[in-house]
Design a protein around this ligand. Structure first.
Ligand SMILES: [Zn+2]
Length: 304
């Protein structure tokens, strides 16, 4: 009895000490894991994502349909640049916008349709840096207008990132009062069946804060802009058509394309982006600003 009691006591003590050792071990592991997590979080917050590259594709230019009101407000160059951007991230690629004339209509000597003139194809510029449409992980359009969506169908195999009200405007369930021009709609029609991520606001594309879609409705119901954090260049925002000319940022009553979307919503989106630019110390690239765009490196050069 005594022996067995002693042996019971011993085995009990052993179990207790084993339990204590286990708890201490688990605590130590938890502390180490906590330190590792803090270190990771700190690293993510302070270090720019490695290897993010941004290529600018030259997709021609647009003549202004009605330059006089622009000239009256001090815009000296009323032509607009048309560009698309390829963002290359270690976790995939994002194509932002897709031009104004479909590639199949672009001749080597250049093609002019109405007010647009294009000399280079988007697929040709992708190929020049070693990519084909199937290599594009994500497609995002700043908005559906014809000068941003002309080659959308080429990227229907990518995952489409679109704001909910934009998709609803592009593919309405009942005929709207002001339907989109069927010629424009035909150029993005294939996106209807694309693998789609429907967005309800801002969206961190690769999950590390380096490439973030910023919801900026107004110009269209689900217009969006793009924040990109580049290690060397620094933080950057691609405008979409939030602005067309730099003077729109200073002349608050200057809305050259006002009245077509939701002006109050657009004003709120501008305030949101201006606050973001200030907070991040980011540069704004106005996509249609032909004067500023002429100073930027085009693909196959890139920003990183
Ligand atoms: Zn535009």
């Amino acid at each position: 009895m005594h022996l067995s009691a002693t042996s019971l006591d011993i085995s009990h003590e052993t179990a207790v000490s084993r339990g204590r050792r286990w708890i201490l071990g688990a605590l130590a592991l938890a502390i180490l894991a906590g330190i590792a997590l803090c270190a990771t979080t700190k690293t993510q917050a302070q270090t720019p994502a490695p290897g993010v590259k941004l290529y600018i594709f030259d997709l021609g230019q647009l003549k202004s349909a009605n330059p006089q009101p622009l000239l009256d407000r001090g815009v000296t160059v009323t032509d607009m640049s048309v560009v698309a951007y390829l963002i290359v991230h270690p976790r995939g690629t994002l194509l932002w916008d897709s031009g104004t004339i479909p590639d199949e209509l672009v001749k080597p000597e250049g093609t002019t349709i109405v007010r647009a003139t294009v000399k280079k194809t988007i697929v040709g510029q992708l190929a020049e840096i070693g990519y084909k449409p199937a290599d594009v992980t994500y497609l995002a359009l700043s908005h559906y207008h014809y000068d941003h969506s002309a080659n959308a169908n080429t990227f229907a195999g990518s995952t489409w990132l679109v704001q909910r009200p934009e998709r609803a405007a592009m593919f309405p369930e009942t005929p709207p009062a002001n339907p989109i021009d069927p010629n424009v709609a035909a150029k993005f029609s294939a996106l209807k069946n694309s693998k789609t991520v429907i967005l309800d606001g801002d969206h961190d594309v690769f999950g590390d804060g380096s490439v973030v879609i910023i919801s900026t409705p107004g110009h269209t119901p689900g217009h969006q802009s793009l924040f990109v954090r580049l290690a060397n260049f620094g933080p950057l925002v691609l405008s979409g058509d939030l602005y067309h000319y730099p003077s729109e940022r200073t002349l608050k009553d200057f809305l050259p394309f006002g009245g077509r979307g939701n002006d109050a919503q657009e004003a709120a989106s501008k305030a949101k982006v201006e606050a973001l630019l200030k907070e991040k110390g980011a540069t704004l690239w106005i996509q249609h600003d032909i004067v500023a765009d002429a100073t930027l490196k085009k693909s196959p050069s890139h920003y990183d």
